[in-house]
Design a protein around this ligand. Structure first.
Ligand code: SF4
Ligand code: SF4
Length: 506
């Protein structure tokens, strides 16, 4: 497997992108010609040992022999410095997880989210717990058990205060998620009260809530007093928000807007600093409409998400794909594309992908100080783009399941919590991940996109013995992808600096 590709841009430029070295450099035409000849197994000696002052390349192009010599020396110099290497795809480049790593990960996990209730006062058509999906626990109008939640907090307190926690001075977020979490307000109150007695040696606690906004009029003062980050789900104006409806089918838009406006009026500074929005893109809105709406009404820009394509019920696929809308296509169809890109920046999925590319495929970005100081050339990573279990968050469901996040099917619980005890079997978690990784190892070893992979194992068909990854890239696919990123940067060079200066990737 060759560890480099040649990227070509619409301006006619070529670049060598080396995956092992994580370097991209401009490739002058003669150097490209030499590389191409070598790749084709052409007669490079004939080119170099020509006696005349000039030599002919390509379709009768005459070039100075001294120039060919110069670029060949350049090629050799690059080769001596690690460019153009090869890897045997049969030799695994990947490491395995062990139980201690997972324990360490939970001790450093930045977010604990409670599925506060599975009740909801809306019946959104595309809801992740609604008719399109079949991979979640039945919704039974259940509230989370407060004693179980505090039991989990006490368990985590020991880990957070232990030497396994090295994320000193950072914030631990306690999140409330639903259903609609404000329907179980007494749980939120009790947890905040409990947290006032909670001693953490190394970390501060902050709160966050994801809400549909319908009960904000009742509870906004409490949320403001306790300095919550509030994330409100809203898809735009009345028409755009048309899938967010009450159980009787009536639109929820006006009721939500009234509450958001009241929050903005009563707590304007708080609204500016601590209130965020998320919009789902579907066939009733577009990126352009969302942008215009939020700019005009709140002078803010929401994060934008697509409909979740994992776990779609086989009988609902047709209706699902009719409702689905591709965010990037919607963005490129916008009238005011460059302005949207400038203002929404990292909220846009295409800028997020470019950021992933720049952070994973260049040697200019480090996850931590250790990575900056120690040579990572031979450091092994894990197959796929799945996060280390619990490294992003710990999610507790109303049924007491402990999960690694809320975006995966409820069948993937890795522990249980009751009012008396927390049970997490770190050995079986690492066995599970390693088993899945081993199934994918062969594909990942041969995949050119392994450095920037964002494929989560939980979004693959895990019951298959040989799951096929839809994100697999051969050399040609990968070269096209790198070409498209570099082409994008050639058109918008300011983005390079902006991303490295303003975006912090965890
Ligand atoms: S979707 Fe997968 S990779 Fe993303 S946070 Fe959840 S478990 Fe981790
Ligand atoms: S895209 Fe798929 S095949 Fe490629 S590294 Fe990621 S998980 Fe493996």
């Amino acid at each position: 497997m060759k560890n480099y590709v040649i990227a070509k841009t619409k301006n006619g430029n070529k670049y060598i992108h080396d995956i092992k070295l994580k370097k991209t450099i401009y490739c002058p035409p003669l150097l490209y010609h030499i590389i191409e000849e070598i790749e084709k197994g052409g007669d490079i000696d004939k080119l170099l040992n020509n006696d005349g002052e000039t030599t002919t390349i390509g379709e009768n192009e005459s070039v100075l022999k001294s120039e060919i010599d110069y670029y060949y020396r350049k090629y050799l110099l690059m080769k001596d410095n690690g460019f153009f290497s090869k890897t045997n795809p049969k030799e695994s480049q990947f490491a395995l997880l062990n139980p201690e790593m997972i324990k360490q990960s939970i001790a450093n996990s930045p977010i604990l989210t409670f599925e506060t209730t599975d009740r909801c006062n809306l019946s959104c058509k595309y809801c992740g717990y609604g008719k399109f999906y079949s991979n979640f626990d039945r919704r039974e109008n259940k509230d989370i058990n407060t004693e179980s939640a505090t039991c989990l907090l006490r368990y985590l307190q020991k880990l957070w205060n232990s030497s396994l926690n090295f994320s000193h001075d950072s914030v631990k977020y306690i999140g409330f998620y639903g259903g609609e979490p404000l329907l179980n307000f007494s749980f939120i109150q009790q947890i905040i009260k409990f947290m006032k007695t909670f001693k953490l040696k190394h970390n501060r606690i902050c709160y966050s809530i994801t809400t549909n906004g319908l009960l904000l009029d009742k509870y906004m003062d409490f949320l403001v007093e306790n300095d919550f980050n509030i994330l409100i789900s809203l898809d735009g104006d009345e028409k755009n928000n048309g899938y967010r409806i009450f159980k009787n089918g009536k639109p929820a838009y006006q009721a939500v807007l009234k509450n958001i406006s009241a929050l903005k009026k009563k707590h304007p500074e708080y609204f500016e600093k601590k209130v965020y929005f998320n919009s789902v893109v579907h066939n009733k809105n577009s990126v352009n409409e969302i942008y215009e709406y939020f700019k005009e009404h709140f002078d803010k820009f929401p994060s934008i998400s697509p409909l979740n394509t994992t776990g779609v019920d086989i009988n609902k696929k047709k209706e699902f794909w009719n409702t689905y809308s591709n965010i990037t296509e919607s963005l490129y169809n916008s009238e005011d594309y460059s302005n949207i890109e400038k203002e929404m920046f990292i909220n846009l999925p295409n800028i997020q992908s470019l950021t992933t590319f720049l952070h994973h495929e260049t040697d200019l970005s480090f996850k931590n100080y250790n990575e900056a100081f120690y040579n990572q050339d031979n450091a092994k990573t894990y197959p796929t783009g799945t996060c280390m279990p619990f490294s992003k968050k710990i999610f507790m469901t109303v049924n007491g399941k402990i999960m690694v996040c809320e975006r995966i099917g409820h069948e993937h619980a890795f522990g249980m919590v009751s009012p008396e005890a927390v049970s997490i079997n770190y050995d079986s978690i690492s066995d599970f991940y390693n088993r899945q990784f081993q199934k994918l190892e062969k594909q990942c070893n041969a995949c050119y996109n392994a450095n920037s992979c964002i494929q989560c194992i939980f979004h693959l068909s895990l019951s298959d013995e040989n799951p096929v990854c839809p994100g697999f890239m051969n050399r040609e696919d990968y070269s096209k992808m790198v070409s498209s990123y570099i082409d994008y940067l050639e058109q918008r060079p300011h983005l390079y600096n902006k991303i490295f200066k303003e975006v912090w990737v965890h």
